[in-house]
Design a protein around this ligand. Structure first.
Ligand SMILES: NC(=O)c1ccc[n+]([C@@H]2O[C@H](COP(=O)([O-])OP(=O)(O)OC[C@H]3O[C@@H](n4cnc5c(N)ncnc54)[C@H](O)[C@@H]3O)[C@@H](O)[C@H]2O)c1
Length: 255
């Protein structure tokens, strides 16, 4: 346990996969959580399922929209009060070569993966700065440290998430707010992974379990592996860590 009892957290993209696991883990730590997601049906189901663990507030929100983010955060703070932890997890991944990437796919990728962080931080962080306390964790990717064929738009957006993490850490550090990121590797049991695997199968590419054999720890990651690292980074156990992107990849990417 990381001493997060009584903290208030917002997690974006919390209806499925890694975001849901992060919400569950922070509830186990004694946090109250506000969940934002575009998928309102799944969000309601996740909210219901997790409410057995503690206080859960949900708000439907498209993180690529400034207005939606402002409304969603207001709905959560109206019930939870001031936010101590912000986890920018919502993201999409369009698989395909850059030369085949449509302008709409490129814009959607950046709208959610990059603008989403921008809108959330600008809505939530000013209060953290005023109180001189807060932790922000962005979910980037190992593809935010390395360009990969067929993931050009996604990689570029995740490099941007890593860079935003560093710049924000520099700007907010003197105000008592830490900003870090997690770079997941090959994580299974998520909607994004399932969708990506369908496309890879159609192209005759190896599946996640086959690819996991090339990972030093010889297994794929699970959403809980990421949630454990987020809980650590959000806590005072990480009090002297800011601007970092911690790879959680089983050794797939070492730097
Ligand atoms: N699964 C992996 O292998 C992997 C690897 C590296 C990084 N990541 C990153 O982890 C994060 C979570 O991915 P996941 O694998 O759990 O995927 P997922 O698809 O299971 O979860 C993503 C969530 O984001 C939500 N979302 C999508 N667009 C949104 C929007 N506009 N506004 C609000 N919510 C929106 C979805 O509804 C979903 O609940 C993403 O940022 C992803 O890029 C995942």
């Amino acid at each position: 346990m990381y001493g997060l009892n009584g903290k208030k957290a917002i997690i974006t993209g919390a209806a499925h996969g890694i975001g849901k696991a992060i919400a569950s883990r922070l509830l186990d730590e004694g946090c109250a959580v506000g969940l934002l997601d575009l998928d309102d049906g799944a969000l309601a189901a996740t909210g219901d399922a997790l409410s057995a663990k503690g206080e859960v507030v949900i708000a439907t929100c498209d993180v690529s929209s400034k207005e939606d983010v402002e409304k969603g955060v207001a709905a959560i703070t109206a019930k939870l009060g001031q936010i101590d932890i912000l986890v920018n997890n919502a993201g999409i991944c369009k698989v395909g070569k850059l030369l085949d990437c449509s302008e709409a796919e490129w814009k959607a990728t950046f709208g959610i993966n990059v603008d989403g962080i921008f809108h959330l931080v600008r809505t939530v962080a000013p209060d953290m700065v005023e109180r001189r306390s807060g932790a922000i964790v962005n979910i980037a990717s190992w593809m935010g440290k390395s360009g990969v064929a067929a993931y050009g738009a996604y990689c570029a957006s995740k490099f941007a998430a890593v860079s935003l993490t560093q710049s924000l850490a520099c700007e907010l550090g003197e105000h008592g707010v830490r900003v870090n990121a997690v770079g997941p590797g090959l994580i299974v049991d998520t909607k994004m992974r399932d969708e990506s695997e369908v496309k890879r199968k159609a192209e005759g590419l190896p599946d996640a379990l086959q690819r996991a054999q090339d990972i030093p720890l010889r297994r794929p990651g699970y959403p809980e592996d990421i949630a454990n690292t987020v809980a650590f980074l959000a806590s005072d156990q990480a009090a002297y860590i800011t601007g970092e992107t911690i790879s959680v990849t089983g050794g797939l990417w070492n730097d």
